[in-house]
Structure formats: structure tokens, C-alpha cells
Design a binder for this molecule. Structure first.
Ligand code: FEO
Length: 397
């Protein structure tokens, strides 16, 4: 990515990762970007770095604007290595004694990633750093996404450098929200569902804190994806809604199948739900990545999970998904289970246990069918679907 100017003297010197398709278990079908920001002022400041594989590109981008040796300060908003991985290379290039400003947790976590110590300067919420004509204000944002995360705000330009917050795993020709329009929200929503959902309460509080601080935010620069310059409030408002974890009148029927029996059951359950006027979609884990299913789960009223029994257990792709979903802590869902079996048939009971552990409202013991569903079996699935559809409607979602 060629460096580009965001405001007078402020550049994105980050890189595109066009080819990444798996970001620690999240499918990144459009690649991603690792944004890093260079501020030219009396004290030249670099905010964040990029994944270490891209360190030469980062230095090359910086060199197109200034000699990297002229950088005076580095701000590390987040320790995760997609943003700090190039820190050793950058420090080597600019001078290893230059200060690296980070949160107190960053000060603990950064040294655990590198064999060398740098000149870490811990900062707290509200602390300011003058870099000449501009003043940086720091805001700790614990768990958005790691304990060390923080935002950096430049009041003179109204720019919030928000690290993972408000990001999207998207690499494309567009660099700003006004260039891509509404299409970016599908990527922002997937990012929220798969990275931040479990921190919804903290994000809600953070947004409240930002509002009460009265920050005038004209531009939001996340470390991934496009920059919000035309309408930064659109992504803030979307976050406000997503943190509420409100469900829509829809259900996700997620499953895997060995010999199509659980698949037939899934499709009948979907028909039963649809019969009640509720939108439902079957999502076969052979065809849908867990992170896409999770995006659909985020605002679904019900999650219905199907698995054949394989060697007395839930099928591996299904337990993978259940484990993934459990970690993201979706709230206030109706749950149900189904599955085909040959002789022992433990999967439905085991799925129910998993859903109970996620505090889902289990509205039915579920349907299990030996081998291939006959018409009675299919009718049971249809009835289960109707019951789920009615429960979603009665829940007054
Ligand atoms: Fe983009 Fe939590 O790192």
C-alpha cells in the first residue's frame, strides 16, 4: 500500500495483507490491512507497526515521507503482533533508545514478546503528550482487544487512533468510508461478532466514557481496514447497537452431517421455523466458516445446533463451532439441538449441555433420529422448527 495522507502531515504508512485467509481462526476472505500512522510534527511520531513479515514494507513506506531515523516517538496502542510484530525492526532503524509510549499493561506485555527491552514509557487514561503543534491524549481501552489496548486521540485534528476498535478485516482499493459506502458494514459487523462480542459491556462503557470526555471525533483511524472520515458516528452508532446484543426475528440452524440425515433434519427445522414467519437459514459447517456462522448468530434470536453422533461424541466440526461460540459469549439466545445417530446417540444431549453452559434458553429436549429420518421423524423436526419460530415471536424480539 502506498502511504497516503489522512490529514495535513498525518499518513497511513501501513500495509495490505491481500493473501491472508485465516486470522487466528477467523476467515478473512478479503484479506486485511495493518494500518500504522506517521505524524509529522516537531516530534515525529509513529503510531503502531505492522506484522513482522511486512516490516520492510513499513520502513519503505515511512522512507517515502521521511528518513525513519527522524522518528522521535513510537506509540504502541496494542501488543498483539499484527501491530507490534515489526517493533524490533522499527526500533533498530530509528534508534533503540527512542521512547515507546504504551499503556501500563502494554509495558508488562510488550517485553514478553521480544528478546530486547525498549525504552517503554507507560501512560494512563487522560495523560497527554505534546509533539509540537499537536497534543496526543491516551485512553486505556482494556480488553478492546487485549488488556494492553489503548486509543490515542489528537485533539487538534479530531482524529482517534482506535487500534482494533472500529476495525474491519478488509483490503481493497477503497481507503475511506466515503469510498466504499455501506458495503463496509458487513466486514465491520463480522469483525465485531468474532473479535469483540464478548467485550460488549466494556465497549458500551468505553463509548459512554468517550462521550462524557466530550472528544470531538472527526476521523477514526482503526488499525484494520478503511478509515472513517465522512461519517465516523455511523460506526460508533453501529457499535452502540451491537453492544446491546439485541436479537432479530431470525434463527440460525448450524450443523454438520455424515450421510445427509442430520442435513435433512436441519432443512425440515428451517421449514418449520419459516412456517411461523421467522427467517431461518441452514448453515452446514462444511460450507460455512465458523466465523461467518458467528456473524449470523450475533443477532439471531435462536441458535439450533445439529450433529450426528460420531464415536459417542459430537461431530468434530460441530464441537469446534460450539467451543468457538462459547468463547464469544453471545447473550440471550433460544437454543435447541438435533441429530441423527446409529447406535448410541449422545450428540443431542451433549449439545444441550454445551448450550446450557452458554445460558441459552433450551426450549425443547431436541430431536434425535436413528439412521435416516422417515416421515414421522421429519414431521418431528418440522414441529421443533415451529416451536422455535413461536418462541422467537413470543420472546417479543
Ligand atoms: Fe489487530 Fe488485537 O490485534
Amino acid at each position: 500500500m502506498k502511504p497516503f495522507e489522512i490529514a495535513d502531515g498525518i499518513y497511513n504508512v501501513g500495509v495490505e495483507d491481500w493473501n491472508i485467509r485465516d486470522f487466528h481462526g477467523y476467515s478473512t476472505n478479503n484479506g486485511t490491512t495493518y494500518n500504522a500512522f506517521l505524524i509529522i510534527d516537531e516530534k515525529i511520531t509513529l503510531i503502531d507497526t505492522v506484522k513482522k513479515e511486512f516490516s520492510s514494507q513499513l520502513l519503505n513506506n515511512i522512507s517515502q515521507i521521511i528518513d525513519p531515523k527522524k522518528i522521535d516517538y513510537v506509540i504502541s496502542n496494542h501488543t498483539e503482533m499484527d501491530h507490534s510484530g515489526s517493533l524490533p525492526v522499527v526500533m533498530h532503524a530509528i534508534g533503540e533508545d527512542k521512547p515507546v509510549y504504551c499503556s501500563k499493561m502494554g509495558m508488562k506485555n510488550l517485553p514478553l514478546h521480544f528478546s530486547r527491552e525498549f525504552n517503554y514509557k507507560p501512560v494512563s487514561t487522560g495523560e497527554e503528550l505534546s509533539i509540537g503543534k499537536r497534543t496526543l491524549t491516551f485512553l486505556e481501552t482494556k480488553m478492546i482487544h487485549w488488556p494492553d489496548s489503548m486509543f490515542t486521540y489528537v485533539k487538534e485534528d479530531g482524529i482517534l487512533f482506535s487500534s482494533d476498535g472500529f476495525g474491519q478485516h478488509y483490503a481493497g482499493p477503497e481507503k475511506f468510508d466515503d469510498q466504499i459506502g455501506e458495503k463496509i458494514f458487513i466486514h465491520a459487523k463480522k469483525y465485531y461478532a468474532n473479535i469483540l462480542l464478548l467485550y460488549s459491556d466494556k465497549i458500551q462503557k468505553l463509548i459512554g466514557d468517550v462521550i462524557s470526555m466530550g472528544l470531538d471525533i472527526k476521523t477514526i483511524c482503526p488499525d484494520h481496514g478503511i478509515i472513517w472520515r465522512k461519517n465516523p458516528s455511523s460506526i460508533i452508532n453501529a457499535y452502540v447497537e451491537w453492544t446491546k446484543q439485541k436479537s432479530e426475528k431470525k434463527a440460525v440452524v448450524v450443523y454438520d452431517s455424515m450421510w445427509h440425515s442430520t442435513e435433512l433434519m436441519a432443512e425440515m427445522i428451517v421449514d418449520g421455523i419459516a412456517n411461523e414467519g421467522v427467517e431461518a437459514r441452514p448453515m452446514n459447517l462444511r460450507n460455512w466458516h465458523r466465523s461467518d456462522v458467528m456473524t449470523a448468530v450475533m443477532d439471531a434470536g435462536a441458535v439450533v445446533v445439529g450433529s450426528p453422533t460420531l464415536n459417542n461424541n459430537i461431530y468434530p466440526t460441530v464441537i469446534d463451532f460450539l467451543t468457538y461460540m462459547k468463547g464469544l459469549k453471545p447473550k440471550d439466545k433460544i437454543g435447541a439441538a438435533f441429530g441423527s445417530f446409529g447406535w448410541s446417540g449422545e450428540s443431542v444431549k451433549q449439545i444441550n449441555q454445551e448450550l446450557e453452559s452458554m445460558k441459552f434458553d433450551i426450549i425443547d429436549p431436541g430431536v434425535k433420529i436413528k439412521y435416516i429420518p422417515d416421515q414421522d421423524g421429519l414431521n418431528s423436526c418440522f414441529e421443533l422448527g415451529k416451536k422455535i419460530g413461536k418462541a422467537i415471536i413470543n420472546k417479543n424480539i
